[in-house]
Design a protein around this ligand. Structure first.
Ligand SMILES: Nc1ncnc2c1ncn2[C@@H]1O[C@H](COP(=O)(O)OP(=O)(O)OP(=O)(O)O)[C@@H](O)[C@H]1O
Length: 308
C-alpha cells in the first residue's frame, strides 16, 4: 500500500498462550479517513488498538503507523502524533478540569493556552474550574477527548467513545470528530452502536473472532453483501393488487401489501428497470421510497461469514 496510509497492518497476528486474539489481519486506513472498527465482544478490536499504539508486539506480521514501526526504540516520541481515548475513562474526582488537562499537557509539552483552547473545543470551557466529581458522564467523555487531542495528533484512536452518552451528547461528540476528520486527522473508532456510525464514517472494518471479515466503504460493503434493495411504493386507493402482478416480473418480491402501500425487495441490479416501470404507471404511483441496507444488516451478513 502507499505511504498515504496512516495505519498499515500486514498479516498481523497476536496470539496469547491461551487464545488467538487476532489472526492474519490486513488493515489499511488512509490519511484523513474516519474508519469504524466493529465486531462482537472479544472480536479483537482493543487488541488491534494496543498493537497500533505499540503497547503490545505482534506475534506475526508487521505494522506501520504514521510511517514507522510503533514498537521500535523511539516509538515513545512518535506517540505524540497519536491520541488515544480508552473505553473506560477514569479521572481523579477531586481534581478540576483545568488541573487534569494541565497534568496531561505537561506530559505532551503543551501550553496552558492550548489546554484552554481544547477545553473550549470540547465544550467544557465554562466547566474548566469545576471538580471532576461534578462532571456528568458526557462531560468526562469530552474531557477524555480533550486529553486525547493534546499534542495535535495526526491519528486518533477512540475505543467506544460514545458509550453511556445520551443522543444529544453523542451528536455533539460526532460533530467534534467530524471537524477533526475535516482537518485531516485520521480516526479509528471502535463502537457497538452501528446505527450511529452509518452517517459518520468513511469506511467500516468488521471483525469476527480475531479476523477481519470485511472492510471498505458502506457502498463497497453493500455491493459485496449482495443484499436486496427495499422499496416502498404508495399507490392510489385500491390499486395495490393491480400493480403487484407486473412488478413481480421485474424480479421484485412483494414482502408486504396493505392499504395503499406495497413493500418490495429486488436485486440491486434490477432497481433501474423496476423504477422505470413504476414511472410508466403515471399518477397511480404517488410515492416511491428506497431503503439501502443498514450497517446493522451488513454486520449481520459479514459477522456470520468466514472470510473477507
Ligand atoms: N492478555 C491477554 N491474554 C489472553 N487473552 C487475551 C488477552 N487480552 C485479550 N485477550 C483475549 O483476546 C480476545 C480479544 O480481546 P479484545 O479485548 O481485543 O476484544 P474486543 O473486540 O475489544 O472486545 P470488547 O468489544 O468486549 O471490548 C478476547 O477473547 C480476550 O479474552
Amino acid at each position: 500500500m502507499t505511504d498515504s496510509n496512516s495505519i498499515s497492518l500486514n498479516q498481523v497476528s497476536k496470539w496469547y498462550p491461551s487464545h488467538k486474539a487476532v489472526s492474519d489481519v490486513d488493515l489499511f486506513v488512509p490519511e484523513g479517513c474516519l474508519m469504524a472498527l466493529v465486531g462482537h465482544n472479544g472480536a479483537g478490536k482493543t487488541t488491534l488498538m494496543k498493537l497500533i499504539l505499540g503497547l503490545i508486539r505482534p506475534t506475526a506480521g508487521n505494522l506501520t503507523i504514521l510511517g514507522k514501526d510503533p514498537c521500535d526504540r523511539d516509538a515513545f516520541n512518535r506517540r505524540e502524533g497519536i491520541g488515544f481515548l480508552p473505553e473506560n475513562v477514569s479521572f481523579e474526582p477531586n481534581m478540576t478540569g483545568r488541573e487534569l488537562i494541565r497534568f496531561y499537557a505537561r506530559l505532551k509539552h503543551e501550553s496552558d493556552k492550548r489546554c484552554f483552547e481544547l477545553m473550549e473545543t470540547v465544550g467544557l470551557g465554562d466547566a474548566i474550574d469545576r471538580r471532576l466529581k461534578t462532571y456528568s458522564k458526557g462531560m468526562k467523555q469530552r474531557l477524555g477527548l480533550a486529553q486525547a487531542l493534546l499534542g495535535k495528533p495526526r491519528l486518533l484512536l477512540l475505543d467506544e467513545p460514545t458509550s453511556g452518552l445520551d443522543p444529544a451528547a453523542r451528536q455533539q461528540f460526532y460533530d467534534i470528530i467530524r471537524d477533526l476528520r475535516n482537518e485531516g486527522v485520521t480516526i479509528l473508532l471502535c463502537s457497538h452502536v452501528l446505527t450511529e456510525l452509518e452517517a459518520q464514517t468513511d469506511a467500516v472494518t468488521v471483525m469476527n473472532s480475531g479476523r477481519v471479515v470485511a472492510s471498505g466503504s458502506l457502498e463497497q460493503l453493500r455491493e459485496r453483501a449482495g443484499l436486496p434493495l427495499n422499496i416502498r411504493v404508495t399507490v392510489k386507493e385500491g390499486m395495490t393488487e393491480k400493480i403487484a402482478t407486473p412488478l413481480r416480473q421485474h424480479q421484485a418480491q412483494i414482502t408486504r401489501l396493505n392499504g395503499r402501500h406495497l413493500e418490495l425487495e429486488c436485486p440491486p441490479q434490477a432497481k433501474m428497470q423496476l423504477l422505470r416501470h413504476l414511472g410508466e404507471l403515471g399518477s397511480v404511483v404517488e410515492d416511491i421510497e428506497l431503503f439501502n441496507s443498514s450497517l446493522d444488516q451488513l454486520y449481520a451478513v459479514f459477522s456470520t461469514r468466514k472470510g473477507a
